[in-house]
Design a protein around this ligand. Structure first.
Ligand SMILES: Cc1cc2nc3c(=O)[nH]c(=O)nc-3n(C[C@H](O)[C@H](O)[C@H](O)COP(=O)(O)OP(=O)(O)OC[C@H]3O[C@@H](n4cnc5c(N)ncnc54)[C@H](O)[C@@H]3O)c2cc1C
Length: 489
């Protein structure tokens, strides 16, 4: 027998399998739970394994924004959009690195994913957002920005269908048979007591080892690696621990590397996305970041305090905006007036109390407090206001949009912005059936993947609201196809 690290002699009747199921799903975010539901509806027995004590991963802490062309809210509000416009926007942000066949599947099924989540009982806020890089408003958002409502609804459906969800179970490796088919998973399972001991939840080293046979297939849905400083620094050395992240602490790369160990093809791992709205005065993704995302960038300006001048098109995609801030070498100031601040009133109220946002009666006062050269901010805002009346692209290529308004209504608000690692567009190469491809472009038998652990859809930069929709689209595809695999020998 060959001595390969992931090769496992266990056959279907080997008594040392601890348990078995038709489909084993690894990861309990939007992608994993969507896959679990579809696999179960297709008649398979399903077990979900999650390494953290709570389910949901980044999905749970997300804003719950879902972008889709021709979605129900656009139809209701009369916003004209199309598959082609969405597709083109994604490829433009992705610098053409995107795999067109995957983008096509995503774009064609995006609106359906929005409706599916609604059908599970999740409710959307009655508005439509437009984020940088999108040509039209096309993002619907879960009421109160509560991404955890998606997890609640998916988990409830899983329970109704008899899908079992096992927390504190870390995928240690994928089990393969000599045919190279993936036949199961090796998990490190922590008891309540060991899970509560200090130290990372991510290595699985302290756990009891269990082998679960997956008669039909394994779906890998372990999310991205934004919190894995060692792994991300290896891809992009400047993204060391001096750069924060918005991700939950379980967003590490070991699910991805388990697939790489059995020769899965990686894609675009070094295109790591930073959120330009990262707030320098909070850790993770807090209300300062949300205020910047929903108020400052749509309705305000971004200013380099060293010169008191704008540095980028505030509607550009995340990569362009983050790069512009990083280039200055210091935190930049997001500025919005009272009208714009009303777009995100809850975050404003909270951040004024904590000091993450500061309020000023005049632009001169704001400029002085941020050490800008005297008079520079007033001039910058005067130029900007003049431009918004002219309906032509400004010097950064910013187009006048419906929501681009002059900054003319005091008080003015300032928030310090420094990008944080937010999303990892790179990951495993999948095909349109969500099958994981190997280094020779062949599907790895018995292995599917969906969500942020995969790569190729977003290319160099993901547009806002496109991750959750994509997780649901490909999670569902992965689950349906995993259940359709005939049981192994
Ligand atoms: C603060 C924040 C806000 C966001 N807001 C939005 C938004 O509004 N709209 C949008 O489209 N996108 C948003 N995103 C991005 C989006 O939330 C994620 O890309 C998406 O939730 C990823 O879903 P997933 O199912 O692939 O992974 P996750 O939801 O992260 O789930 C993966 C799960 O796998 C588990 N796991 C990892 N490794 C293992 C292992 N070895 N064994 C077992 N389990 C493992 C993790 O613990 C985790 O629970 C946001 C992200 C963040 C961080």
């Amino acid at each position: 027998m060959q001595n390969r690290p992931n090769h496992d002699p266990k056959g279907p009747n080997d008594p040392s399998w601890d348990d078995h199921t038709d489909v084993a799903v690894i990861g309990s975010g939007a992608a994993g739970l969507s896959a679990a539901i579809e696999a179960r509806l297709a008649g398979a027995s399903v077990m979900v394994f999650e390494k953290m004590p709570v389910t949901g991963g980044n999905t749970r802490i997300s804003d719950g924004g879902l972008s889709a062309p021709e979605n129900f809210m656009q139809n209701r509000l009369g916003v004209v959009d199309s598959f082609q416009l969405f597709y083109d926007d994604i490829l433009q942000a992705g610098l053409g690195l995107n795999h067109p066949d995957l983008v096509e599947v995503f774009a064609r099924h995006a609106a359906e994913a929005v409706d599916w989540i609604w059908s599970l009982g999740v409710r959307y806020a009655g508005r439509l957002d437009q984020f940088g890089g999108h040509s039209v408003p096309r993002t619907v958002t879960i009421e109160h920005n509560a991404g955890h409502e998606i997890i609640k609804a998916l988990t409830t459906r899983c329970h109704q269908l008899g899908v079992t969800i096992h927390t504190r179970n870390t995928l240690a490796r994928l089990v393969t048979e000599s045919s190279k088919r993936v036949t199961g998973v090796c998990l490190s399972c922590k008891t309540q007591a060991s899970a509560n001991t200090p130290g990372p939840q991510t290595d699985g080293s302290a756990g009891r080892i269990r082998h679960i046979r997956a008669e039909r297939a394994v779906v890998l849905a372990t999310g991205g690696f934004g919190s894995d400083v060692a792994f991300r620094t290896c891809q992009v050395p400047r993204l060391d621990d001096t750069i924060g992240t918005t991700n939950h602490k379980g967003a590490t790369a070991e699910g991805l590397t388990a697939a790489l160990k059995i020769h899965a093809m990686p894609l675009h791992l070094s295109w790591i996305q930073l959120g330009p709205w990262g707030c320098a005065d909070e850790t993770g993704y807090g209300k300062g970041a949300r205020f910047a995302s929903y108020s400052v960038f749509p309705a305000g300006i971004l200013v380099d305090p060293a010169f008191g001048s704008r540095i980028v098109n505030e509607w550009a995609d995340r990569r362009q905006r983050s790069d512009a801030i990083l280039k200055t070498g210091h935190a930049c100031i997001g500025i919005v007036d009272d009208k714009g601040a009303k777009k995100e009133p809850d975050s404003l109220t909270s951040c004024l109390k904590t000091g993450k946002i500061r309020q000023f009666d005049t632009l001169a006062g704001l400029g002085a407090a941020c050490n800008m050269p005297a008079g520079s901010l007033e001039q910058t805002v005067a130029d900007y206001n003049q431009w918004t009346a002219q309906h032509r692209p400004d010097r950064f290529g910013k187009q006048t949009k419906k929501h681009t308004v002059p900054l003319d209504t005091p008080p003015f608000y300032a928030v310090r912005l420094w990008p944080k690692v937010h999303y990892t567009p790179g990951g495993l190469h999948i095909d349109t059936h969500a099958r994981v491809m190997d280094l020779f472009h062949r599907p790895i038998s018995g292995l599917f993947a969906a969500g942020e652990v995969t790569g190729g859809i977003h290319g160099a930069s993901r547009l806002g609201g496109c991750a959750l929709t994509e997780c649901i689209v490909f999670g569902r595809i992965a689950g349906q196809n995993a259940a359709a695999i005939p049981p192994g020998p």
